[in-house]
Design a protein around this ligand. Structure first.
Ligand code: ATP
Ligand code: MG
Length: 560
């Protein structure tokens, strides 16, 4: 990385640059992303992924994907597979073409624990879970030493081995580090490093009935793998002394530096895996990949692109200050990206029939629309023009207010990629509901301009009534109706879900989308970006709203 870029570097990259300059790790940069396979990854993880993999890539280093699988009760192969899929989809390659597992180090970690005992720095404690809590003290009170703290090294070695062999029931003993019950940092008050859990692990089966605690397993896994910079979120700052203590106590040759950054908090959603799991389990959303979820798979199904998510992570940057990021920024990023890449189609949601009186019945004229005005190389698409069309009901008003420039009785409007049409007559049913507009078109205006130079102010989208494809649009809004769900402790966060987060509407689609595959993303002109959902069938395409275009009309209405 060139020196002059340092000014604009975030604090993590500055540390890496300094370390390289001082040859701190012999010129190596090795990071890791250590998810616990107990849930699906979300947009917060994407931030961590972009930092861990991004820094490794920028400095010619390596980033390990490591499953932090030390808790056998909550982990699952399904989660592991989804993690790999999501990291790849975001565009990152884990190094050495292999996935690392904390569970692969169980034997090594066990030996490290034995070594700690031999050094007089760990002991087997028989206090119950409740007693342990009691002895821990509080922020204002020192802790109490365990009566088992002074057990001999021989006894400790013997008991620890018997713990491993399965001689004791769950919760009856723990192995604890012998540090300092008076430390102002509660994490340093003789923390547990092994607990007994007679539970099968999804990778190691029944080989183990004792499992290492996070703080012990994590720093040693980092050290075993030769990690140089162990980047994590701020809540681990207070664990850092313990991270360093284990590595010092065991005189590990590789002592990575733990660096903490502020996690991503995003408005109108939740990011706790516990809460996301609850939403899935209680059926409040349709699975982990429900397009309203902040999960990577949810965003993918919604039509988000890896480029948009990476751009978002780039913009939010890396700091040490906790803050709330506006979800509108994420939406902005995907809008910008899709604007450049997404083909345009016309789609009518609230159809109002228009009959072009001077266009012959049964005739089909082929018009042409540009696929993406941002990218002329994408070419054009064919648009069948027929006597009966659909336009959106919202594009017509019988008594238009001042700034309404779309269709109204006696008014002329431009059909996108087509002709000027003039509204001659409004047909209503017995209830007074408008059911049809009778219009004429001006054959001289093909392509959208009049040879006599007359102007129209509005352009509206349309489809041929006979040649459109009927599908379903799933229109999503924010998952929650409040900025920070759960911040008000008197209200159940689940009661703050937005009841209007999903609306399903029939939609009439331009025939050029025939045959597209799930994942296909396009812009419904004048409306928003939509992505074809896997629930689609050849008979009925289903489109998810990725993000809407900004609606200037709604803004004017709001102001008035
Ligand atoms: P848990 O409560 O289950 O520990 P977690 O969100 O911390 O949940 P992990 O699988 O442990 O999940 O996270 C893997 C990595 O992602 C960790 O390094 C963690 O710091 C980081 N991470 C998690 N949530 C966020 C977030 N909102 N913003 C940035 N990084 C995050
Ligand atoms: Mg975690």
């Amino acid at each position: 990385m060139p020196e002059e870029r340092k000014e604009s570097l975030d604090f993590v990259r500055s540390i890496v640059v300094d370390d390289l300059k001082n040859d701190k790790h012999g010129g190596a940069v090795v990071t890791r992303f250590p998810p616990e396979p107990n849930g699906y990854l979300h947009i917060g993880h994407a931030k961590a992924i972009c930092i861990d993999f991004g820094i490794a890539a920028e400095f010619n280093g390596n980033c390990h994907l490591r499953m932090d699988d030390t808790n056998p009760t909550k982990e699952d192969l399904e989660y592991e597979d989804s993690i790999k899929q999501d990291v790849s989809w975001l565009g990152w390659k884990w190094s050495d073409n292999k996935v690392y597992y904390a569970s692969d180090y169980y034997e090594q970690l066990y030996q490290y624990a034995v070594e700690l005992i031999k050094r007089g720095k760990a002991y087997v404690c028989d206090l119950s879970q409740d007693d342990l809590k009691e002895h821990r003290g509080s922020l204002t009170e020192a802790g109490l030493e365990s009566p088992y703290r002074s057990r001999s090294i021989e006894d400790n070695l013997d008991l620890f081995e018997r713990m491993r062999r399965g001689e004791f029931p769950d919760g009856s003993k723990t192995l604890r580090a012998k540090i300092d019950m008076n430390s102002p940092n509660i994490h340093m008050r003789d923390p547990a490093i092994y607990r007994i859990r007679h539970t099968s692990h999804h990778r190691t089966g029944d080989t183990w009935c004792i499992y290492p605690m996070y703080d012990f397993a994590h720093c040693l896994s980092d050290s075993i793998e030769g990690i140089t910079h162990s980047i994590c979120t701020l809540e681990f700052e207070i664990h850092r002394p313990l991270y360093d203590w284990f590595l010092d106590a065991l005189e590990c040759k590789c002592h990575p530096q733990q660096i903490e950054f502020a996690r991503l908090n995003l408005s109108y959603t939740v990011m706790s895996k516990r809460k996301l799991l609850e939403l899935v389990k209680s059926g409040l959303v349709n699975g982990w990949d429900d397009p309203r979820m902040p999960t990577i798979c949810g965003l993918r199904r919604r039509g988000y692109t890896p480029a948009a998510i990476r751009k978002f992570c780039d913009i939010i940057g890396v700091t040490k200050y906790n803050s709330l990021t506006d979800i509108a920024l994420l939406e902005h990023c995907v809008r910008e990206d899709l604007n450049k890449t997404a083909p345009r189609i016309m789609a009518v949601m609230n159809p109002l029939k228009v009959v072009i009186e001077n266009f012959p019945e049964g005739q089909v004229e082929e018009l042409e629309g540009v696929i993406n005005p941002e990218d002329p190389e994408m070419g054009s698409r064919k648009l069948p023009f027929t006597r009966e069309l659909y336009i959106d009901r919202n594009d017509f008003m019988e008594e238009p207010p001042k700034k309404f420039f779309r269709l109204a009785p006696g008014r002329e409007v431009r059909l996108r990629w087509g002709y000027f049409i003039l509204c001659k007559e409004v047909i209503k049913n017995a209830d007074g509901e408008i059911i049809e507009l009778r219009c004429t078109y001006d054959p001289e205006t093909r392509g959208g301009s009049a040879p006599d130079g007359r102007k129209v102010k509005g352009t509206i989208h349309w489809v041929s009534a006979s040649h459109s494809i009927k599908g379903e649009a799933r229109i999503y809004d924010r998952l929650f109706s409040v900025e920070i769900p759960g911040v008000d402790k008197d209200v159940d966060w689940k009661d703050q879900l937005n009841p209007d987060s999903l609306a399903i509407k029939p939609v009439y689609l331009e025939p050029s989308i025939d045959g597209v595959k799930p994942g296909y993303t396009c812009q419904f002109e004048r409306q928003g970006y939509y992505c074809l959902d896997p629930d689609s069938t050849p008979e009925k395409p289903v489109f998810n709203l990725t993000v809407s275009l900004k609606d200037t009309w709604a803004k004017i209405q709001q102001k008035e």
